[in-house]
Design a protein around this ligand. Structure first.
Ligand SMILES: [Zn+2]
Ligand SMILES: [Zn+2]
Length: 757
């Protein structure tokens, strides 16, 4: 038996999480030196392996500080420790990586850190105004990685040979650029240039030239982290009008980048939580409430009270805005429903209205959009999870290799293997050939990263989703793979359960645009009794028709008319005087009535998203929905002007069917838009709370795109607090279809767990 000194111990630790490419090893190295501990650390397939030997209390302190003082980008998901016999190591060393790529998290792209910013502004520093300054704690990651493990020769920095000074920093464990893979300087790094329409390029005074263009009212493209932005002066009506016309984007709001938090605060109201998100290393676009101000153009986000604002996150953006001193529209450069563009040639081809392009000679390997977040009750609500946050990985107990493919809108994929879940960045809507191609590329890339061949593939039940078609094709080619088709709203609920690692039964309010229901109906206002292995649909909205199918999504008056058909006779409707009926000729109403009664091209739905559209129509708003979610945002704006607690009448039948018929009749008598919007949102909240109270023993989940309506969500949370109802909403993943793939993966993980007992 080994007898050891009681004062000296040796601990072996396996650490899992975001611990590679984020300065974890030099951090542990310095910490070990601080406590005079010996041993070693190295990266390996499962994360980081570490051994420390020394005074017992020092070892104890070391592990406390290891978790408490983590580098900003590092995250420990799981740590296992084991005490071993003493080895009397002589020193503490960083050992070269074991070259295996599986189960290593891919670090996300992170905004410039305070240290680099200070150096960039220091005229005596050799990287003064250097547009690609970065360190171990900041800069590009995912967007430049070709393969794992994350080393420079596997990134698009491989073509840039480090100069002597950069190399010295890169190889010194005490330097803050130790193993910063994209390390570079004016002597050895990428170069900025301006590319003009005639394909000529200029390399001098690039930033000044672009600043001048923007000031002149031009629309320019700027190469950022995960793709190009289209940029113009956010105070220039003419420039914005030109951009809107060119992009055929009538009203969909643009995000605005400001040079400082002070500048942002002049345009929107910002809470402390919103400030901290704006300044965070992830630097998302934050949706905030507009102030009554004229300092930016009305055309940036017409008819709505929210504005997406963000701060510069790369040295290039900072240098640009410092000189411009005026906010800019910065929107993903793409053609409608196509992925963000990452190559300058494509900008020239596809976006001919762009006057000049600010670019550089390092390739973007993976595209990644800006992340979008709102805040409710001091918590994040994600609309889009991309740059800064993804690829997102976390620890979850799983054994099989699972590939989950998400839905069709706001697509993402999720991989599960070796106790890890990895969620891809936002891919987008799979509505164009190029977006489907990109979706397939992401699947290939992630399978290659991890040497991954799935045992199980999970897709949505919708037979025509591109993701479903891919899954079925894959199954055809790989017979042994298990294919699971999962109901859309159940997957919504499971995505929340996955975030909180829930197993217990929950009552899930799954409210969204549409998802394929078990009965073939387009569901969208479902209350499900969910557990990890099954669900039961306990309440849902009364079915109504989408007159003309897809067309009804763009033309909300059709939905409103069908709701009237469900309540009134044709003659009653023809004699009515209201904004909906007046939109149609007598003949049109008769044709639609025939379609409605015979069920011709009028699919049934229970979608709450479409109900929002119908209310928007009853309020007499625009004839068309220009972008998804527009009706909800406009309703929010009206509701904001009206502080009202009243609700409309609705009923919940014994069969669990929720009917808004009486509400529609009441709305027809109301002319004040602010009252309609406010009472409608109150009614949804009231319905949720009533049902929750009827099932008080169950915790509640709120999920699906409808809850992106922050006014509604805020209201529900307030009522839940008053009633002491326990609830869960997503905090890390998107509230919309962006998290469907996570829910799908969680189902398969638990299926395996249960099979294994
Ligand atoms: Zn830095
Ligand atoms: Zn250099």
């Amino acid at each position: 038996m080994l007898v050891e000194s009681t004062s000296k111990i040796r601990i072996k630790a396996s650490i899992f999480g975001v611990v590679q490419g984020v300065g974890f090893r030099p951090f542990a190295y310095k910490l070990a030196k601080r406590y005079n501990l010996k041993g070693f650390i190295f990266n390996h397939s499962g994360g980081v392996e570490l051994e420390v030997e020394g005074d017992k209390s020092s070892v104890f302190e070391f592990f406390i500080k290891l978790e408490a003082e983590l580098p900003p980008l590092a995250k420990i998901e799981n740590i296992t420790k084991e005490q071993c016999p003493l080895k009397n190591y002589k020193d503490f060393e960083i050992i070269a990586s074991v070259k295996s790529s599986t189960n290593t998290s891919i670090p996300a792209d992170i905004s410039i850190c305070a240290d680099c910013l200070a150096e960039m502004r220091d005229i005596k520093n050799r990287r003064y105004n250097y547009p690609f300054i970065n360190c171990t704690n900041c800069g590009v990651r995912y967007s430049i990685i070709n393969s794992l493990p994350y080393d420079r020769d596997k990134t698009s920095m491989k073509d840039f040979t480090m100069c002597k000074r950069c190399y010295d920093e890169y190889t010194n464990p005490n330097d803050r650029r130790y193993h910063a893979q994209p390390i570079s300087c004016f002597d050895c790094g990428p170069k900025l240039s301006v590319l003009y329409k005639d394909a000529t390029k200029e390399y001098d005074n690039v930033i000044d030239k672009i600043v001048l263009k923007i000031k002149e009212g031009a629309c320019v493209a700027i190469k950022g982290v995960g793709g190009f932005h289209l940029v113009c002066d956010a105070t220039n009506d003419v420039a914005i009008k030109k951009l809107r016309d060119a992009k055929q984007r009538a009203t969909k709001p643009f995000a605005v980048m400001f040079d400082s938090l002070t500048a942002i605060k002049k345009v929107v109201d910002i809470t402390d939580k919103e400030s901290s998100l704006l300044l965070s290393l992830e630097r998302p676009i934050v949706l905030a409430d507009k102030k009554q101000t004229q300092s930016i153009s009305f055309l940036v986000a017409p008819n709505i009270e929210k504005l997406g604002v963000f701060l510069p996150y790369t040295p290039i953006h900072i240098l640009l805005l410092e000189r411009l001193k005026s906010p800019i529209i910065a929107t993903s450069a793409n053609q409608s429903s196509e992925p963000i563009i990452k190559d300058e040639k494509e900008i020239l081809q596809k976006l001919p209205f762009v006057d000049a392009i600010l670019t550089y000679d390092r390739d973007i390997v993976h595209i990644c959009d800006d992340s979008v977040v709102g805040v409710v009750d001091d918590r994040e609500v994600f609309y889009r999870v991309a740059r800064g946050y993804t690829p997102m990985s976390f620890y979850i107990n799983s054994t099989k290799k699972i590939l989950a493919l998400g839905a069709n809108q706001k697509s993402t994929i999720t991989l599960a293997f070796d106790n890890t879940v990895v969620i891809s960045p936002y891919i987008g809507d799979l509505n164009s050939i190029s977006s489907v191609e990109y979706f397939v590329k992401v699947i290939d890339d992630f399978m290659n990263f991890y040497n991954f061949v799935p045992d199980i593939v999970v897709c949505d039940k919708h037979p025509n989703y591109e993701s479903t078609l891919w899954a079925k094709e894959y199954k055809k080619k790989h017979n042994t793979v298990e294919l699971i088709e999962l109901q859309h709203h159940y997957a919504h609920s499971l995505s929340v359960m996955a975030e909180y690692n829930l197993f217990e039964k929950v009552l899930s309010f799954c409210f969204d645009g549409t998802g394929y229901g078990d009965d073939g109906v387009l569901w969208g206002c479902e209350v499900l009794l969910t557990s990890v292995d099954s669900y039961e649909r306990v309440y849902h909205l009364k079915e109504f028709s989408l007159l003309g199918g897809e067309k009804a999504i763009k033309e909300p008056y059709r939905v409103a008319l069908s709701l009237l058909f469900d309540i009134y006779s044709k003659d009653e409707i023809l004699s009515m005087k209201n904004v909906v009926v007046e939109k149609f000729s007598k003949k049109e109403i008769e044709t639609f009535y025939m379609m409605h009664t015979k069920g011709l091209n009028s699919p049934k739905t229970t979608s709450l998203g479409r109900m929002f559209d119908a209310i928007y129509a009853f309020m007499g708003e625009d004839s068309y929905i220009n972008y998804e979610g527009e009706s909800g945002l406009v309703l929010e704006s009206y509701a904001k002007c009206c502080v009202l607690d009243e609700v409309y009448t609705f009923s919940i039948g014994k069969d669990g069917v929720i009917s808004f018929d009486e509400m529609i009749c009441e709305i027809l008598k109301e002319t004040d838009k602010t009252i309609i919007a406010s009472k409608f949102i109150n009614t949804i909240a009231d319905m949720i709370v009533k049902i929750s109270k009827q099932n008080k023993e169950l915790p509640v989940i709120l999920c699906g795109g409808v809850f992106q309506n922050l006014t509604l969500l805020k209201k529900v949370i307030q009522l839940f607090k008053n009633e002491n109802i326990k609830y869960f909403i997503q905090q890390k993943t998107a509230l919309n279809d962006g998290s469907i793939s996570l829910g799908q993966a969680y189902y398969a993980i638990n299926l395996q767990r249960n099979k294994n007992g």
